[in-house]
Structure formats: structure tokens, C-alpha cells
Design a protein around this ligand. Structure first.
Ligand code: LLP
Length: 431
């Protein structure tokens, strides 16, 4: 996080709070989010698009799935961003803080009837239709309720991305979206426009996540606009909004910087310019919607664990066992994601050994980091994993019936408990 530094006592502080003290007070594992980093990331997105993108108005929606809580929803709203939600749960968090419903997109490939009804009842700005079943379901519900909800059509633009197989979403065989190549996207638009029950506001695509190149964004935008032109010619329908989704990368733990948000904004400008150049001048350029999740929140969060034990195997592997692991961060096990670690109290001490940071869960795959160089750490010392703000807690589980960690939000003035630590009572209350 921007506010993390090595203090005079040679230990790590965030927003001037000693992490050792925070860990004493709130326990471990502890996730700490730095308010200033989130605020700055939101501002950076707004500024980059303001400066680099002129083709049409822009909406920046924070992708809640990366990490949401009422405090984060509030913070994001204060920064003038909208929200991308994918479930009734995320939508209810937005509702709890009075998030402007017009600034919300509701995604998902299998939203339930109850979730769709909730979205209608709350007046969500756009429901993103992912497939034929959803189109039928929502059409029926809208007819019953007499409302005309705003919708976007999610298109599988057949754009390949250079990322983990599980993180690709824009290919023709993706589970998400109406395929473009076989005419389904065109047929769906025709169906919605002709029926007139839903208000088709625009087109959406999301090609993948942890993307380090602009090509997929440009290809997605160009394909969506080509589709729009096709639909204007045949139906006189033209989108108000268009979106290439989210997915921008963050810096790697190995220190490779992520390409800048300015680059992304420029690329969107170029793609829109190129596409619009061939379009009838009287047609307004659709509002651009971008949906960053990870690139807003990942760097703001750190995970703090306490070392419980170490073990050296006959083969010479040194394990450092921490009090969390795959239940609060499944990403290394699921995607082979890389993290790095710092010793909170001895951050500037030279590395003395290579260790495998392993969690407390009953599974050999429970390794947070396979190999990291650290000063020799003893039982009771604190280990910090930077860049743990995205997709760790939202994918957390109660594996082995271990309560979920506490989460705090800090700035120089205050420490707020964002999520209290789960208790055994919470867990037992479900049975
Ligand atoms: N918009 C849509 C429609 C999405 O599906 C996603 C992510 C985003 C925006 C935000 O992508 P971001 O900017 O955060 O990369 N659990 C995985 C990530 C799955 C992302 C799914 N969709 C992980 O831990 O890496």
C-alpha cells in the first residue's frame, strides 16, 4: 500500500499504525486495507480517462467481486465510481450504504429469479444479460411487474487473452455471454428490441483478468461497435453504452510494474476513434463503461499472519507455518498465483534462508508461497503478504471450520473494523 513504510524502529507501519500493534489488538490472520491507496486508485482511473479518453462520457464501475464490504462500497461511491455486482449479496451491501442504484451493473451467468426480482425492485441501472435463459427469465419478470429494466447484452467477443485458463472469459467457448460468430448475439439483440419489454441500453464484453496488454480491450470494443453498426443497419438500434469490462493487471510480486491505467485509457480512445470514424456522423458515441476490480483494490490490502512453527524436511525444504492459508487465500492453490512476503519486525534485515510459507489447513496444496527468501523467522513473529487486497477474502471459506479473519480499514486518523473476526459461535450457529 502507498501508506506502508518502515518506521524508525525498523518495523512496518501502515498509515502510521504499527502493524505489530494492530496484530496484537485485532489478532491474526489480519487483513489490513489502506484507505489512501484505494482513494488514489479511484482518482487515478478517473483522471486517466478524463485526460486520455475523449470519445464519449465514461463510467468507471468498481468490480465488487474483487472485495466488497459496506465501508468499501461507501468509499467507492464517495470517489464517484459506480459498482459492478454479481449476486444478491453484493447488491444488498450496496443497498445497505445507499449506493446510487442507477450506477450499478448486475452481472452473472445464472442470476436467480429472486435476484432478478430484487434488482428490479431496487431499480438497478443495468442488468447484464448473459444467455437466452436469463433473457427469457427477465422478460417474464419484467412483464409481470410492469417495469422496463435497463439491460446490457453480454457478448463473447471471441477475443483471446494471455492469462491463466481459468481467468479467460471472452473466447467463443466461454461460459459467459452470447457468442458473436454464430449470430446468437445478433439474434438476442433483435429479440429484445422487437419485443420492447426490456430497455436495451448497450453491449458488454469482458475478456479476462490480469491482462497486461491493451489488445483485448481494443478488439472487444471494435467488435462490439461493429456489431452495433450491424444492428443499426438492420434494426435502427444503437447502444447508449458500451463496455470492454475490467481485468487490468497490477504489479507482480517479482517487481514487474503493471502497465499504466493511462495506457488503457489511451487504447480505449484509439479503438473508439477508429470504430467511430466509419460510422454515420449523427450517431452519438456510446458512453464507455470500464469495470476495474483488482487494479483498484489489490495493492491496498495486506495479509498479516503469525508464524506458528517451522519444519525442515529431510530433503532440505524449510516450511514456515502460518495461522492462515488456503481458506483465506485460495489463489496460489487455484491459479498458481504468486505472492511475496516480508517480516514485519525485521523488514530490512538481510534474507537468510529460502522458505515455503505454508498454511494451517490439512492439505499439502496449502502453500501461500512455494519459495521466498526471508530473514530467519521464529515462532510468534509476523509475516506480511503485500498485494492481498483482491480476490482473497471474497473467495475465503471455512475450510476445516476455521473462523474467517478480521479485516480493518486504516488511515492516519483511525482504524475501522471492516469485518469482525468470525467466531466459533458464528460457525456453530449454522447447524
Ligand atoms: N467485469 C467483469 C464482467 C468481470 O467478470 C470481472 C472479473 C471484472 C469486471 C473485474 O476484473 P478485474 O479488474 O478485477 O481483474 N478470482 C480471480 C479473478 C476472477 C475475475 C472474474 N471477473 C482471481 O483471483 O484472480
Amino acid at each position: 500500500p502507498d501508506s506502508m513504510e518502515v518506521a524508525a524502529d525498523n518495523t512496518l507501519h501502515i498509515a502510521e499504525h504499527a502493524i505489530t500493534e494492530l496484530a496484537e489488538r485485532y489478532g491474526t490472520p489480519l487483513y489490513i486495507f489502506d484507505r489512501a491507496t484505494i482513494t488514489r486508485a479511484c482518482q487515478r482511473y478517473r483522471q486517466a480517462f478524463q485526460e486520455q479518453y475523449h470519445a464519449s462520457p465514461v463510467h468507471i464501475l468498481y468490480a465488487s467481486k474483487a472485495y466488497i464490504s459496506p465501508l468499501i462500497a461507501q468509499l467507492v461511491a464517495e470517489q464517484g465510481l459506480g459498482l459492478d455486482v454479481v449476486s444478491g449479496g453484493e447488491l444488498l451491501v450496496a443497498k445497505r450504504v445507499g449506493f446510487p442504484m442507477e450506477a450499478i451493473s448486475f452481472h452473472g451467468n445464472n442470476k436467480s429469479e429472486a435476484e432478478l426480482r430484487l434488482a428490479l425492485q431496487l431499480g438497478v441501472g443495468r442488468i447484464v444479460l448473459d444467455n437466452w435463459h436469463e433473457l427469457e427469465r427477465l422478460t417474464r419478470i419484467a412483464q409481470e411487474s410492469g417495469q422496463r429494466p435497463g439491460v446490457l447484452l453480454r457478448v463473447a467477443p471471441e477475443v483471446e487473452t494471455d492469462t491463466h485458463r481459468y481467468l479467460q472469459t471472452g473466447h467463443a467457448s466461454s461460459k459467459f455471454g452470447f457468442p458473436l460468430g454464430n449470430g446468437e448475439a445478433q439474434a438476442a439483440i433483435e429479440c429484445i428490441v422487437r419485443e420492447g419489454i426490456l430497455h436495451l441500453r448497450g453491449l458488454h464484453a469482458h475478456t479476462g483478468t490480469m491482462l497486461r496488454e491493451v489488445r483485448p480491450y481494443q478488439e472487444a470494443l471494435e467488435r462490439l461497435l461493429a456489431l452495433a453498426v450491424q444492428m443499426y443497419t438492420s434494426l435502427h438500434w444503437w447502444p447508449e453504452e458500451i463496455s470492454p469490462g475490467g481485468g487490468w493487471a497490477v504489479d507482480t510480486p517479482e517487481g514487474e510494474a503493471a502497465p499504466s491505467v493511462e495506457l488503457l485509457a489511451q487504447a480505449c480512445q484509439q479503438a473508439m476513434e477508429r470504430s467511430l470514424a466509419s460510422i454515420e456522423a449523427s450517431l452519438p458515441a456510446p458512453t464507455l463503461i470500464v469495470e476495474p476490480g483488482r487494479s483498484i483494490i489489490a495493492r491496498a490490502g495486506v495479509a498479516v499472519y503469525r508464524v506458528g512453527a517451522r519444519k525442515v524436511t529431510p530433503g532440505g525444504i524449510t516450511y514456515l507455518f502460518v495461522d492462515g492459508g488456503m481458506a483465506d487465500n485460495i489463489r496460489p492453490a487455484l491459479y498458481g498465483a504468486h505472492y511475496t512476503a516480508l517480516s514485519v519486525a525485521a523488514v530490512s534485515r538481510e534474507a537468510e534462508e529460502s522458505v515455503c510459507v505454508s498454511g494451517r489447513y490439512c492439505e499439502s496444496g496449502d502453500m501461500l508461497i512455494e519459495n521466498v527468501a526471508l530473514p530467519r523467522m521464529q515462532e510468534g513473529e509476523l509475516l506480511l503478504l503485500p498485494t492481498s487486497g483482491a480476490y482473497c477474502l471474497p473467495m475465503a471459506s471455512n475450510y476445516n471450520l476455521v473462523p474467517r479473519p478480521a479485516v480493518i480499514l486504516v488511515d492516519k486518523q483511525q482504524v475501522q473494523v471492516m469485518e469482525r473476526r468470525e467466531t466459533y459461535e458464528d460457525i456453530l450457529a449454522r447447524y
